[in-house]
Design a protein around this ligand. Sequence first.
Ligand code: AMP
Length: 608
Amino acid sequence: MDRVIGIDLGTTNSCVAIVEGGIPKVIPNKGGYKTTPSIVAISDSGRRLVGQMAKRQAITNARHTVYAAKRLIGRKWGSPAVLHSLETCPYQIVEGPHDDVRIKLRDKAYSLPEISSIILQEMKLIAEEYIGEEVTQAVVTVPAYFNDGQRQATKDAGRVSGLDVLRIINEPTAAALAYGYGRDDLEARVAIYDLGGGTFDISVLEVHDAVFDVLSTGGDTFLGGEDFDARIIEWLVYEFAAENEVDLRHDDMALQRMKDAAEKAKCELSAVKDTEINLPFIYTKDDGEALHLQRTLVRDKLEELVEDLIQRTLKICDQTLQEAGLSVDDVDEVILVGGMTRMPRVQHCVQEFFGREPSKNVHPDEVVALGAAIQGHALMDEESDVLLLDVTPHNLGIGVYGGGFQVLIEKNSTVPTARSHIFTTVKDNQTSVKIIVLQGEGKQAKDNDLLGEFILHGLRQAPAGEVEVEITFEISADGIVSVSARDLETNLEQSITVTATSGLTEDEIEAMIEENEEYMVQVKHSEEMENQRANVRRTIRQVEKLMPTVQQVMENSTLGKDALRKAQDALERAKEALEGRNMEHLISTGEALNRTFAVFQGIVQRMQ
Ligand code: AMP
């Protein structure tokens, strides 16, 4: 059976898992950690750095280091999330060619799917190293509240990274899968409260006989730990300005240092009541005077700074329960997912809201990847009885004459699903009809996300209301939308896969795949070159160590002198090859020196 990995592509951290012998398991990275920072950087030599390596150099390379890219994926230029990020991120966010967003790193503007693809590729490599063979298939998770554009962009990212994304699944649903997997007797209504680095999701599911049936889902794709950190940064900036009359927000390096310190303080305050934030030499004044930032942050103050953010999550919980026609008493179990649920105030508020203590049986950082791996395994295993019935998080419909929005598939409908609707022309002799595909909860067309638009031409000329067009909307199990329209009289049909908000054309994706493959070949080549160099350096050291002893023996005969000269030649040639970039030359000179070393070893052994 082909191996399928499960990847939790998180805002702050990513995690990869696999099912082995029926047991889901998180795969640690090279450093032994089970999660990898979702950070990508480009070094001044043009090298891609990912994960811990990228995080380590973030302060000194803030402008070319991207974190929290997931908050921007699938977003339109000018949207509130993008405007907010423009103000707060030290990296350079620029407008893309399709009303989308790009990030400029060194001399290239990267699309968001490209950035995410670099993280996915790292997770793929972590899995391959562990399994010992190539992995090409994955299930990737997204926040339940992601819209079509964000889902498509994530799928595109998978393609660019060389992964066939078999299924996109929702993070809270994945968590429920991991929670209920193997517990055949579990029959419960479960609420998953998922507060991660960048997004908040709440899903309510009914679990019975290995069936995971999502009843309703809600969330906010711009509400997470990053916002908690931002509140601490704002507080630091304010306090520093009050004391020194200096605004630190325009200093990239200071911002990055404050961000690191804010997150660290926030995490520490989950365990202790107060913590020190100490950032020496944060600013140098024009007259050369160095300023330092030093503050004590107490847990109560942190809670005061973020209380409204926590309350926003509870409001969404309330609404989501209402949409499912449930009250808190109908929920049997509450599960906390996402790093932010380690914060005591978050735990307290969730417990108070649901009136029950959340379950402590899941690991908040790993459970989503485990669920993705379980789903991947189930997709390949025909005997698997795991059945996932997820829902679409948003209304889906079309813009109608006069600026209205006609909903065709309501939010919380189980996917996959399809719905058809017959529309009639509104003007006499109307020969074409424009279909505007929208997603969202707004009453008017303008209040929803535009997924795409297409035109059906060649309608029969007739009085208004006579020509009928049937429009069919389909949402796949991934939550991805496709739409088709058919003139019922001529049977003329057109379909689109909605691509507007992902911002990438098919040609661009193909070009990115090619570029990525070329980059990987180069990386592999330079890694091999480094390995070969290390081998040759080692052999040089070994030969040089034995040289004085061997010289004593060989210098006494003509034959020996000749052999010695050859050995010295081999040594010189290997040293020369080390300076160059020719791999074959390096390998052949290395092999020649290895033979010399073998001869030297033989001589030395005979002397002993
Ligand atoms: P996730 O997206 O699930 O990896 O969650 C990452 C978020 O959880 C980040 O904002 C982290 O700062 C936050 N986080 C991780 N550990 C803790 C902790 N002990 N206390 C508070 N927040 C935490």
